[in-house]
Design a protein. Structure first.
Length: 220
């Protein structure tokens, strides 16, 4: 087993005082990590089995799946790692069976998250697990799905609350202090160029005032 702890919080977000200045060098510091329930291995096995059973071509692979499916699911279970950093959620998985199940790393910026929901289907209810779904801004089209949908996280409700808490913390204390930002909150502003423009306009104004203050004969 990976751990008996459903969710490990590396940094106390709510109790910590907000920093006076956000440090961009700590953007990717891990503040929490989720753990999976081992029951999800059986859930994956039977979910794939039902998919193969309901498809014409998939029936051919049922004997192979019955022999090696449980082993593949257990190997895949060992590769799953879901963490919360100061500015994003990182979900890493795959890379087993000679990369027949490809290795993938998905990064979701916290300030793009629109909704974090928990659901439980019929098969998930049978195994006593829940599905966590994260939706982000920019999902368009009838075929657009959620940014992340994962079943089997221990303490899914606690993990959801931790994601929303860190999102609020990042948006309020982090993204607004980044130079240029990294999501919906950030914008590039060149302060030096702005000050130079103000100085030029001030000089033009002073020159016009000096011209207007001169006598009419001197202006000619």
């Amino acid at each position: 087993m990976k751990s008996n702890v459903a969710y490990e919080q590396h940094t106390l977000i709510d109790n910590a005082a907000p920093p006076s200045r956000f440090d961009p060098s700590q953007d990717d510091e891990v503040v929490g990590e989720a753990f999976l329930d081992e029951t999800v291995i059986n859930y994956w096995f039977w979910a794939v089995f039902l998919v193969l059973l309901c498809s014409v071509i998939g029936i051919i692979f049922i004997p192979f799946w019955l022999c090696f499916g449980c082993c593949l699911c257990r190997q895949y279970f060992g590769t799953v790692k879901i963490t919360i950093t100061r500015r994003s959620i990182v979900a890493e998985s795959g890379g087993v069976c000679c990369h027949c199940i490809p290795h993938s790393v998905k990064t979701i910026l916290l300030d793009r998250i629109q909704d974090v929901s928990i659901s439980q289907g019929c098969l998930e209810r049978c195994w006593g697990i829940q599905r966590l779904t994260i939706e982000t801004a920019g999902q368009r089209g009838p075929d657009a799905g959620p940014e992340l949908s994962f079943a089997g996280i221990q303490g899914a409700t606690e993990f959801r609350d931790a994601v929303l808490s860190q999102r609020h913390y990042y948006v309020e204390n982090g993204a607004t202090h980044l130079n240029g930002g990294t999501g919906l909150q950030g914008q590039n502003i060149n302060m030096d160029q702005g000050h130079a423009t103000v100085e030029v306009l001030s000089e033009i104004r002073d020159a016009l005032l000096r011209i207007e203050s001169r006598p009419v004969g001197q202006q000619l």
